[in-house]
Design a protein. Structure first.
Lengths: 476, 171
């Protein structure tokens, strides 16, 4: 009896049936479109050849030709169905679903990958209980988050409080558009790709403010202000670093930048080391990742702009941060590591596999940074942006601009001029960083190397075995 | 130009832009007004996209939807004496007058302009794939003086802001 009474007291279902039915329909449609993509890819529907569905250029062409053929067979067919925009709409839908599926699947896996890697770096095992090797841990986390109570702070601005977990997804997903996965294989290969990416990523600041302000909580608002101040500070060196890429390759279109690297057989990371460092470091600030995650450092302060979000809303914000990390890895791979090209190997290996490998490498680097580096204090972070990164990247931009105009004006052999540029840029980067750091008063610590303190933890015993028993004996 | 998608996009984006602009005026909460203003700017950027002006659309999002609202938000949050509500004030009358005058000017220009010369038929032969190149050439070539004057003005504003917020060094 008592259990029944308790059961009756449980809160009623709050989500309307119609909304649930709509959600189920959307999910079914998503699965169906994915199945269609799989069918087309595996079956080779498009005239019996291997096509990647994300190869939208070919897709549009095929559909247009098919429509024209049908129109030739039955006159008036095209008038009835509308015009050629149908082919664009269909391929746009397929491409968007492809991106959503790839990114969504990657996010599910990468939560596990990141936790395992961090675990290994901290000499523990990481999640290994749910499923084989703990692979189902992200699913379990999501189920747990969905089950949690949905909290709304008293006095919160309802609309602005509920919007950010959804809105914050938009820049993350849209940023995948201009990234080319192969020759003619970008979803949104616009001419101003890099400007578009900077513009889209700057929208995140506003969403973060929305979340912090509407929570009606001082800590959330302060956290939002902290994050915004950090993000708009680091946007400047990031944009300047990207500008030097644009100057040297002569285009803002991401596919053209990759083509440039492919034709000159060079990665821009070799030519623009300082720009790549600036981009990578500023991105970690934009992403709120260690070493620049003081704005929401869980172990030191209240968690920043998403303090008041609970359950799956927090989960969404968390997942978007991971997705943005992946976007930065993809951008690093595309802009600085040659994208889908690999010195001629792209003739034999599909481009998206090469880019995928580069994304994984850059992502591993980001996880590695998170696992090893300590946090900066907020004032150190701001000082580093304004007094170190911005002046250095401005000087670097001037050097690169001179090189770009030399490269554009005199038709020197690419190997000679680009080799010279690489030597000059590496030397300039090393000298600039050293001298500027000396001027700023950053010095390497000159303390004596301390003996490691050996504990009985896992790592301690291993270290003890490495050092040998005799040394352990002297310390004990 | 006149395909169904463009027409639908134009009316949808125009409705969003005008509706949210009206919302800016009617919203009682200042932050809501700022957010509606952002929506209006984004819809305007979409209108630029339908005109194949990709560079201007990206710049519109970057500056008007990304940077200026942050400035407004900081202004609202960091000035303790400013009211948080978007109620009536003495500025309504001059604001309405200015807006009306601007609308009249735009209407006169729109009626006066020869749309045939800039219509779809006249522009069909020209390629608009590279607006960024054309804009860059114009800024660095013909209008370089205005460009440089604007950059000097911005530099002066930057230095002025640094001087204003700088702490006095102990003597």
């Amino acid at each position: 009896m008592s259990t029944l009474r308790m059961g009756r007291r449980l809160p009623q279902r709050t989500v309307p049936r119609a909304l649930m039915a709509l959600g189920a329909l959307v999910a079914l449609g998503f699965v169906a479109v994915n199945a269609a993509i799989g069918y087309v890819v595996i079956d080779g529907r498009l005239d019996g050849q291997w096509y990647d569905v994300r190869d939208l250029g070919i897709g549009v062409q095929e559909l247009r030709e098919w429509l024209d053929d049908r129109n030739a067979d039955q006159p008036g067919f095209l008038d009835f169905l509308g015009q050629h925009w149908i082919s664009y709409a269909v391929t746009a839908l397929l491409g968007a679903t492809g991106i959503l599926s790839v990114v969504g699947g990657a996010l599910l896996i990468l939560i596990w990958v990141e936790r395992r890697l961090i675990g290994r770096m901290q000499i523990r095992r990481g999640p290994n209980r749910v499923g084989p090797y703990g692979l189902l841990q992200p699913v379990a986390d999501a189920v747990k988050l969905i089950q949690k109570e949905v909290l709304m702070p008293r006095g919160a601005d309802k609309v602005l409080f509920l919007l950010p977990p959804a809105l914050i997804f938009i820049p993350m997903i849209v940023a995948w558009g201009p990234i080319p996965w192969g020759r003619q294989m970008a979803y949104l290969d616009i001419h101003v790709g890099i400007l578009f990416l900077i513009a889209i990523s700057s929208l995140t600041t506003l969403v973060i403010f929305m979340a912090g302000w509407s929570s009606n909580n001082h800590y959330a608002l302060l956290g939002a202000m902290r994050t915004i101040a950090m993000m708009i500070s680091y946007e400047i060196p990031l944009s300047i670093a990207l500008l030097s890429v644009v100057l040297l390759s002569g285009s803002m279109q991401l596919s053209t930048i990759v083509e440039w690297q492919s034709t000159h057989n060079v990665w821009l990371a070799a030519l623009l080391p300082l720009a790549m460092f600036t981009f990578f470091f500023s991105s970690t600030a934009e992403l709120n990742r260690t070493p620049n995650d003081i704005a929401e450092a869980e172990s030191e302060i209240v968690a920043g702009f998403h303090t008041e979000y609970s359950g799956m809303k927090f989960g969404l914000i968390f997942v978007v941060e991971l997705g943005n990390t992946l976007v930065v890895a993809a951008l690093t791979g595309t802009l600085f590591l040659g994208g889908w090209s690999l010195f001629g190997l792209e003739e034999w290996i599909p481009g998206y596999l090469i880019l995928g490998a580069k994304i994984s490498a850059a992502y591993f680097l980001l996880v590695w940074l998170r696992g090893t580096l300590p946090r900066f204090r907020l004032d150190q972070l701001m000082k580093f942006a304004w007094q170190f990164l911005i002046p250095l990247s401005l000087i670097n931009l001037l050097v690169v601009a001179a090189q770009a105009s030399i490269f554009a004006r005199w038709q020197v052999e690419g190997v000679v001029s680009l080799g010279l540029f690489a030597i000059v840029n590496w030397a300039a980067a090393i000298i600039l960083v050293r001298e500027w750091a000396r001027r700023m008063g950053y010095r390497p610590e000159r303390e004596a190397v301390r003996q490691p303190i050996l504990t009985q933890g896992v790592g301690g015993l291993q270290a003890a075995r490495r050092l040998g028993a005799s040394e352990l004996g002297t310390r004990a | 130009m006149d395909s169904a998608g463009i027409i639908v996009a134009f009316w949808l984006l125009s409705a969003i832009a005008v509706g949210s602009a009206v919302g800016v005026f009617l919203a009682r909460n200042l932050i809501h007004a700022v957010m509606l203003l952002v929506l209006s700017f984004v819809a305007t950027a979409g209108l630029f996209v339908t005109l194949s002006a990709d560079f201007i659309a990206a710049a519109q999002v970057l500056i008007y939807a990304g940077a200026i609202p942050v400035l407004m938000v900081f202004a609202v949050m960091l000035t303790p004496l400013a009211g948080r509500d978007n109620g009536n004030s003495l500025y309504v009358v001059p604001g309405v007058l200015l807006g009306g005058a601007f609308a009249v000017i735009v209407a006169i220009v729109a009626i006066d302009a020869e749309w045939g010369a800039a219509g779809a038929a006249a522009l069909a032969g020209q390629s608009f794939a590279t607006t960024a190149d054309a804009i860059g050439d114009a800024l660095m070539g013909r209008y370089v003086l205005a460009f440089e004057v604007a950059s000097v003005l911005l530099l002066a504003a930057l230095i002025g802001a640094i001087v204003l917020v700088r702490e006095d060094e102990p003597a």
